[in-house]
Design a protein around this ligand. Structure first.
Ligand SMILES: [Zn+2]
Length: 102
């Protein structure tokens, strides 16, 4: 018999039990607006130098990272109510979102 454990409470989740897959994708965003660049060649050169000086693993995780967790039903409800363990459960439809990702 195959089983997994809930990533939050450690409860054993057996074959046939309901489980939830939480996939978290973290995408880097420097918060900057696209602006007119006076010297595009110099800007590209600066960015290439910055990239060349970073470790590949560091660079990859700086831009994009994905994690997958398995949760039991009780922990799924708790996670959705407060994914970051704070009293707010995350952005709601009527929240103002600041930044280019919307
Ligand atoms: Zn759990």
């Amino acid at each position: 018999m195959m089983f997994e454990q809930c990533a939050r409470c450690g409860k054993t989740i057996s074959d046939g039990d309901i489980r939830y897959v939480i996939r978290i994708t973290v995408v880097g965003d420097d918060g900057g607006m696209i602006k007119e660049i006076d010297y595009p060649g110099a800007e590209i050169e600066r960015m290439l130098t910055q990239i060349e000086n970073m470790e590949p693993f560091e660079l990859e995780n700086d831009v994009f990272e994905e994690r997958i967790f398995i949760l039991c039903p009780g922990c799924k409800r708790s996670f959705l109510n407060s994914p970051f363990g704070s009293r707010r459960g995350g952005l709601m439809e009527d929240d103002d979102i600041v930044g280019p990702i919307q």
